[in-house]
Design a protein around this ligand. Sequence first.
Ligand code: HEC
Length: 202
Amino acid sequence: MKTPLIVTLTLLLTACASSETKPEAKPASTVEAAQPQQIEESRAVAKTLATQLGGKLKESMSKNGPAQSISVCKEIAPQIAADLSKQTGWQVGRVGTRARNAATGVPNAWQAEALASFAERMKNGEKADTLEFAQVVTDSTGKHLHYAKAIAIQPVCLTCHGPADKIADGVKARLNADYPLDRATGYQEGELRGAVVITRPL
Ligand code: HEC
């Protein structure tokens, strides 16, 4: 009758050991691919933000000059993002690879992952304008679609995001006053500047 006892003990020990090494708790989050329709809808909203903002910026740059156009980026950009968030019920915003606005422009974990994937794909020759990222994530906060669309530096952006020695003194003075922690200069044309980011509850 010794064998069953040993077997039982061994089973018990194995059970204990495995419950220690493999806790029963579910993984903190699960990630699935987004549906094509979810991506299309998100892409349309990201495009609306880019188009509206680009239009306002160009108009202001030619009418008022760069120093006076800082307010477009400072006030109108967040306003457009807030309006789109309200219309859709999603969180719509912009983040940077190096942020100017330390309060709103710094990527969170998934946004940093999206930016890193964009940078990697650009290294492999892909163009920034074609890059997007989408994932459906389920975690303790619920189920969400995470969507990001890459933003590249165009010539007009260099006025305020280019190398420091190329930025006009008047613009520099305004930027320094409003953004003492500004990290968003020193970019080159075509470089990855950041992303339009959307978090959408599902
Ligand atoms: C007139 C100056 C100016 C021009 C031109 C400009 N920006 Fe900005 N940009 C700013 C300012 C100011 C902010 C900070 C806005 C805020 O406070 O939310 C900003 C913020 C951003 C952000 C948000 C992330 C962060 O760093 O806070 C992105 C992305 C961005 N700009 C991309 C661009 C791109 C792309 C272009 C060209 C199409 C461009 N900008 C042109 C002044 C400018």
